[in-house]
Write a protein that binds this ligand. Sequence first.
Ligand SMILES: [Zn+2]
Length: 790
Amino acid sequence: MRPTRPADRALSRPRRRLPAALAALAALLAVGAGVLVDLATPAPRPADAPADAFSAERAYQNVKVIAARPHVAGSAANDQVREHIVGVLRGLGLETEVQDTVAPEAGQLSGAAGGATLARVRNVVARLPGTDPTGRVFLVAHYDSVQSGPGGNDDAAGTSTILEVARALAAGPRPRNDVVLVLTDAEEACLCGAAGFAADHPLAADGGVVLNLEARGSTGPVIMFETSRNNAKLVEAFGRAAPHPVGTSFAVEIYRALPNDTDFTAFLDQRFVGLNSAYIDGGAVYHTPLNVPAAMNRGSLQMHGDNALGLAREFGRTDLRDLGSDHDDTYFPVPGGLVRYPGWLTLPLALAALLAVGALGWLLRRRGRATAGRLVAGAGLALVPVVAAPLGAWLLWTAVTTVRPGYAELLDPYRPVWYRLAVVALAAAILFTWYALTRRWAGPAALAFGGLVWLALFGVLLAVLVPGGAYLTTLPALAGALAGLAALATRRDGPWPVVAVTLAGAVAVVILLPTVVLLFPALGMGMGGVAALFAVLLGLAALPVVDLLHPQAGGQRGLGALRARRLGALPAGGAALTAVVLAGVGLAVDRFDAAHPVPTHLMYALDAGTGTARWLSHEDDPQPWTDGYVDGTVSVADDFPGLGDGELRAGPAQAANLPAPKLETLSDTRSGDQRVLRVRVLPQRPVRLLTLHVDTSTAEVRSATVAGRDVPVKARDGRWGFGVVFHAPPPEGVEVTLTLLPKAGQVSLRAMDASDGLRGLPGFRARPADVGVVGSHSSEMLAVARTYPL
Ligand SMILES: [Zn+2]
């Protein structure tokens, strides 16, 4: 064992080490607390708040009416919600109409059934005419809910926010620009309402600025997570006019990686510009029966409203012709506001950070603080926690889900905070262990340098691949390198090195702490490793401060060294123990019970032609309750093409006495080798959707028209090579015209429809209280299908 040379000592090693360490720690904790306060939701304002202000309590009265029960597009419950919304808007004296149309889906939704997707939609559209309009501002939210829950947040929050914003706007002076309120239908099914409005409504013809309001969970800060391209002027307005401007250019990149979509997509398809905002924490209730009004954090509602009202006023008065820009901004929240800079600065800044870190390495070597070999070793070693922390988080969550398999079907646990803290503690344990093991050999200067090297390299990589996220590592790397250079330029035993590294640590906390905090709800515990990665990057950026806290370990021999090493293991051991305890507390606290039921997925599919029926489930590892219905795994692609072609769990069921949709031939003509078949698909019971598929081994589909609309002829895999999905079909059915190239004497068509709810089916037993329903678009679906040879 060799003694540590003085050259290997910390970048900053003042004589009064403990007070300096405590002061630095206190400063960083204060900055961290400021960050968390900034992300907290505001207090909901009472019902007697001034008329020109947004009141969450007033808005909540509408939430209770809208989300009284599930109101999927096309249902009688949704008719009532729409009538309520129309009544409120007319009561405010606004020109209000219902756009009733058939619209295709928007965006790149992967319709489970494949093929063309459409819906009959009824959008509520109201206008507050401007005094001297330069364009239109659109406030958008969807009023329909999923079939499996009342949509207490998703999107009664957005809809009620718009109604309360409309009230506040109507109570004040008229805005300069038109403000158009669009409450869309069938968002959950296919974004069809928004697509129909954006493509066909006269008020949408000239485009405009869209503010879309959503809620994926039930609580947490409202995040502005998506913008149109070239967003610089929009983001500037957001930072200026939103009272709680929480938004980051990194969120856009994260959001693109998630399988979610909103109405905003439909507007972007039609070249609107705008901003998309949602609160996302409390994701356990997403799309479930538990998404009731009472589950809503009204502080989140207040935040939605404050921002929406501020932005509606801002865009209501500015010249909307001036919103164009030729670039995106990088932006992120800091306590008290939003920092933004032009996106074209991203790469130069990343290169500057890399250069600064390089200069730091050069100076460290020149000053004899570390040899070239040690610097290279420091860079290599710093990669260890960067890899180990996400891996550890993944292993931790694998262990937790082994103990509690029911988590597999949840976006996030009901009470995720213990697990989130456990992941952070685990990341700290990994960092401290790594530091205790490598510090003596590599020296603190080389390790701090190594951490900065990776932050700077990630910055360059992100600048090229994910520019909106480059600030996350570029700015901490730049701050850390500049602090290191400043520390080397000042007296080693004076206070300035500590001040410099503490300032750099504060930059890292301001930038990376919100990222860690917001990534957990955004991605769920299954991807907690991403949050762990950013937590460990925060630790690396603040490594000189970590070193101040690290027990003295250098320069001693014998017993002293042994004692120091034991002390050195203290933070690591403490953090590891904390991680285990927190995960244990999570398991103990977040148990499934009647208020937090274990989610289960079940469907029923009846072939009315053969009189056979099956229970089906999407659960990979079925819960005991679901196990009572399903055993093997099947693909239903041949029998129920409307249910997609993935593998499902299945089990035999008694056939219910339910009719399949009827197929009426309206006309059947042949000319040359073509056959034009006009049919009406007519549901025989109240249904949410119907599908029609063509066996493309019997005929090739040349073109198709559904409810008067031409639909693209997209080929799908398997026997049923062409399909149409129609949501919210009217009672009189849907007319489909197929131009076919026959390959056999008869063409085979398969019609399916689906309703919701399994109660009353033979063999179905109600769930016990602690068993719930998965929030999905097919939970509790009851499908009936039949093949028609024509
Ligand atoms: Zn939804």
